[in-house]
Structures are given as structure tokens and as C-alpha cells.
Design a binder for this molecule. Structure first.
Ligand SMILES: Cc1cc2nc3c(=O)[nH]c(=O)nc-3n(C[C@H](O)[C@H](O)[C@H](O)COP(=O)(O)OP(=O)(O)OC[C@H]3O[C@@H](n4cnc5c(N)ncnc54)[C@H](O)[C@@H]3O)c2cc1C
Length: 386
């Protein structure tokens, strides 16, 4: 039997669930989410900055986020061993005053739970049908049991290993083996609600408060700085003799996970016929960027708006969606690579110059350092995205 519905969303991750809620919010017809059976998805902490949280607030998630997330008050960059303060970025009330929305720290599992609950509350349909074939021109999905459905638009939100992407490209993502990223869960209690970025030559570690008895670490290392027998060994060697506040976490690690770093340009074409991609499926950012989920949320708003403009023929909005989003995600990727390279500097003389520059600008010209990031955190796609 062939049914005519409106938007089919493949993947119930950050981008897919947000898109479904945005479609409902903007009044874009029916939405159906195709989800995979729950797998052994690794849970980790997400930093969601104001460019994304303003969208989540706009679709009614403010109360839920305030309950489930931590709102950090500052982000500090420090030297790893001495703990000397190099930069500080005010968050909390300051972020709300400057950008109109806060930065949150939230576990991915909690964010997905919140998004799914909101979808169910708005009668968005979920199905576990396994998609076997996609016909991009007609918008037809065929399931493994032979049933078929036709959508006016099909959105591939199926993440980094997207199968929908295979319709548009056969290129593989490039893995950057010069950088190793390891996330760690610890039972150490955070002393304050601040993000600390500890930096030493060729390595840095971001320390996130999660709850009263949990602090998470994201460690970024250039492997030629040491031999990598295992992720745990690498981290212990990399962070040996670091500041006592970090050592306390290292002594209480419960889980460690190694994450490949994808370093590829976004796909050049994000759509074909009635099929379009969103989030990691078309532009995975390097894992250390802290913007992959934020970018998927921004994508969802822009795509939802474009589909709403074209009403009965939502796929007509795909080319504008790509035109608006591609330059932004390219800039996010570049910013992430430059920021990581700065933190991973190896030469003592370069590090000394960098530290002096950071310390002086952060203390004496704070407005200048904030302005340099306004394009990132002040981006407000609800107001417009030209
Ligand atoms: C350790 C780590 C730390 C990170 N920290 C941050 C951070 O601080 N801030 C930030 O913004 N980003 C961060 N990210 C990146 C962020 O998690 C991703 O960029 C973001 O989740 C991408 O959203 P998405 O919707 O494109 O994909 P996902 O959220 O990965 O969702 C894809 C979904 O598709 C489903 N799926 C896959 N195949 C199929 C199929 N065939 N059929 C149906 N469903 C399918 C999957 O089960 C999954 O639910 C981090 C990533 C990692 C690994």
C-alpha cells in the first residue's frame, strides 16, 4: 500500500528530533520519524552554545533544558601544570545578556530524552520501519517488508555513518590520525560550574562539570607526542603531573572512549530530488569543535523554514537551505581547526607568544576577544540567515 504523508525524517538523533519539532512549530504538515533500534550509543557531554540554545528555547524547551542541563558561568583556559589563567570567557547571565540565550552543558542521552518527550507531546509519529530503498525523485521509501510510503520531502538525519548520504556521494570521510580525541567519565565532584581548558604542548584537556558526582574530560593529543598503546595509557602519560584539580579526576575515571576525528570538507551537494541531508550526514565537524550538535540544530531551523516557505512542495526549499548553510558550516570547521591548532602548539617559543597574547587581550581588551566570536555565538537564524 502506498500512503501519502509529508516529511519523513530518517534518524532520531539531535538534528532529526529538533527538525521534527521545528516542522511542528512552523506548521510544516505531517512529520514521521524513522528511528533505528537503540544501539550501544556512547553517551557524552554536549556543550550547547547560544547559537543553538536560542532555537531550542524558541520551540518550547527552555524549562526542560534548565532542569536537565548545567549552565556554566565561565570558560577558562589555563596552563595544564601550573593552572595559570590564560583566557576567560564569561558565560551564564553574560551570555544571555550579550547573545540572548545561555550556554548549556547536557548529556547527549538527556538531550535526546527531552527532545523525544517533546515530539511525543506534539503527536509526532515515530516508527521503527527499516528503510531498504529510497527513490529520490518520487520521494518513495521502501521498507524491508516490501511496504512503501511516499513523502514530499525525506530528510537524512542519520549521522556520521549516514546511509542516505550514499544516494548523493560515494566519497568516504577522511580520518585525521594526527589528532587523538578521548572522552572520559569520572566520579570526581566538580568544585564550580565552570569549564576549564587545560593546555600543555601538543595536548589539552577540557574539564566539564556534569553533576554533583560527575566530571567529564575531553582530552585532545597529538599522538607523535607519545606512543599510544591504549587510550588510557595515552591520557595518563599525556596528563602526568598536571594540576591537582585534574589529577583528582584522573584518579576517578570510570569510562574511557576513543573518538575518530573526521577532517573532511562538507559535502558539496546536500540534496537530490526529494531527499536532503542534515547535520553530521553532510558536514561532520571535527569532534573537538564542540559545534556538531549546534550546527545540526541550526540546520534544522533553516531547513524547516525553507520547507515551510514552499508549503506543498517542500523539496523546492532544499537549494536555498544548502546555499545558506554551506558557508556557515565551512567557517565553523575552519574555526575549530584553528582553535585546536592554537591549543596544540608544540614549540615553547610559539606557546610563550600565544600565552602572552591571550593573557593581554583577555585582561585588557576583553571586548576585542568577545567580538571575534560574535559571528559564532551571536548567530541568530531565527531572525534571518542571509
Ligand atoms: C565525544 C563527543 C563530544 C561532542 N561534543 C559536542 C559538543 O560539546 N557540542 C556539540 O555541538 N557537538 C558535540 N559533538 C558532536 C555531536 O554529537 C554531533 O555532531 C551531533 O550529534 C550530530 O547530530 P546529527 O543529528 O547529525 O547526528 P546524531 O545525533 O548522531 O544522530 C544520528 C541518528 O541517526 C540514527 N541512525 C543512523 N543510521 C540510521 C538508519 N539507517 N535509520 C534510522 N536511524 C539511523 C542514529 O541511531 C542516531 O540516532 C560531540 C561528539 C562527540 C563524539
Amino acid at each position: 500500500m502506498t500512503l501519502a504523508t509529508n516529511v519523513g525524517v530518517i534518524g532520531a538523533g539531535v538534528g532529526g528530533l529538533t527538525l521534527a519539532l521545528i516542522c511542528r512549530h512552523l506548521g510544516v504538515g505531517d512529520v514521521r520519524i524513522y528511528r533505528e533500534a537503540a544501539g550501544s550509543d556512547n553517551d557524552h557531554l554536549l556543550e550547547l552554545s547560544s547559537n543553538a540554545t536560542r532555537i531550542l528555547h524558541a520551540i518550547g524547551l527552555k524549562d526542560g533544558l534548565q532542569e536537565a542541563a548545567i549552565e556554566p558561568q565561565f570558560s577558562f583556559t589555563r596552563t595544564g601544570q601550573g593552572g595559570i589563567l590564560l583566557t576567560q570567557r564569561a558565560l551564564g547571565a553574560f551570555s544571555v545578556a550579550r547573545y540572548g540565550a545561555p550556554t548549556y552543558l547536557i548529556l547527549r542521552s538527556k538531550l535526546l530524552e527531552l527532545l523525544e518527550l517533546a515530539c511525543r507531546g506534539r503527536d509526532i509519529e515515530f516508527t521503527a520501519d527499516t528503510v531498504a530503498e529510497i527513490a529520490s525523485e518520487s520521494g518513495q521509501l521502501e521498507f524491508s517488508d516490501g511496504r512503501r510510503v511516499v513523502h514530499d520531502a525525506i530528510v537524512g538525519c542519520d549521522g556520521i555513518h549516514s546511509k542516505v548520504r550514499n544516494l548523493l556521494s560515494n566519497a568516504d570521510w577522511k580520518i585525521d590520525s594526527s589528532v587523538c580525541v578521548i572522552s572520559m567519565r569520572t566520579t570526581a565532584a566538580p568544585t564550580t560550574h565552570v569549564i576549564n581548558i587545560w593546555s600543555e604542548p601538543s595536548r589539552y584537556c577540557i574539564q566539564y562539570p556534569v553533576s554533583d558526582n560527575r566530571t567529564d574530560l575531553l582530552v585532545v593529543i597529538q599522538p607523535d607526542a607519545m606512543s599510544l598503546s591504549s587510550a588510557e595509557d595515552a591520557v595518563h602519560t599525556a596528563l602526568h603531573n598536571w594540576h591537582p584539580r585534574l589529577q583528582e579526576c584522573m584518579e576517578n575515571v570510570t569510562d574511557t572512549c576513543n573518538h575518530p576525528v573526521i577532517n573532511s570538507e562538507p559535502l558539496e551537494y546536500w540534496y537530490a530530488g526529494k531527499v536532503v541531508l542534515l547535520g553530521d550526514a553532510c558536514h561532520p565537524l571535527p569532534v573537538y569543535s564542540m559545534q556538531g550538535a549546534c550546527a545540526a540544530i541550526e540546520d534544522a531551523w533553516v531547513l524547516g523554514t525553507m520547507m515551510e516557505r514552499w508549503e506543498d512542495t517542500p523539496a523546492e526549499g532544499f537549494s536555498d537551505y544548502q546555499r545558506y548553510r554551506l558557508p556557515r558550516v565551512k567557517k565553523l570547521r575552519l574555526q575549530a581547526i584553528i582553535a585546536a591548532a592554537n591549543l596544540l602548539m608544540a614549540q615553547r617559543s610559539d606557546i610563550w607568544r600565544r600565552n602572552v597574547k591571550w593573557a593581554l587581550t583577555s585582561r585588557f581588551l576583553p571586548e576585542m576577544s568577545m567580538e571575534a566570536l560574535d559571528w559564532l555565538y551571536g548567530y541568530d537564524c531565527i531572525k534571518g540567515f542571509d
